[in-house]
Design a protein around this ligand. Structure first.
Ligand code: DQA
Length: 151
């Protein structure tokens, strides 16, 4: 039996994690997050696909692909596009897949323009302010929602 596939999508500038504003985003790199999630996914019996892009269209194209490639759930940190992108919102809505919105920082403790998200009202859940740990929390919840036993 093939394992359920979960797409982990990262928006712009997250390739710079660990170097970028570490006082806000921490010292963890995107590779660290990926490795931690892969280890957890192996324990939980799911397969992850990871994708990061600094380009809105590339993120949209990846979401379109997710409609057809067996993806069952999405974990997304839309980064700056959280607050600006109707097009990315429309693309995730078009997948008709459940998703969890993740932010490393607590966007509600930051500038007012970060308080609005184009994703939260569609999301199963929003995890904001738990740092890199938020991704592991989200993965555990996704697996629980997929009805896959121990988490
Ligand atoms: C972020 C928060 C956004 O406001 C910001 O533009 C990011 C990262 C976070 O993970 O805390 O790039 O999504």
């Amino acid at each position: 039996m093939t394992q359920p596939r979960i797409l982990v999508l990262h928006g712009p500038n997250l390739n710079l994690l660990g170097q970028r504003e570490p006082q806000i985003y921490g010292a963890t790199t995107l590779d660290d997050i990926r490795n931690t999630l892969d280890a957890l996914a192996a324990q939980l019996g799911v397969e992850l696909a990871h994708f990061q892009s600094n380009h809105e269209g590339a993120l949209i194209d990846r979401l379109h692909a997710a409609r057809l490639d067996g993806t069952r759930y999405i974990l997304i940190n839309p980064a700056g596009y959280t607050h600006t992108s109707v097009a990315l919102r429309d693309a995730i809505a078009a997948t008709d897949l459940p998703f969890i919105e993740i932010h490393l920082s607590n966007i509600y403790r930051r500038e007012a323009f970060r308080h609005r998200s184009f994703f939260s009202d569609l999301a199963v859940a929003v995890i904001s302010g738990c740092g890199a740990h938020g991704y592991s929390l989200a993965l555990r919840h996704a697996v629980a929602e997929l009805g896959m036993g121990a988490n």
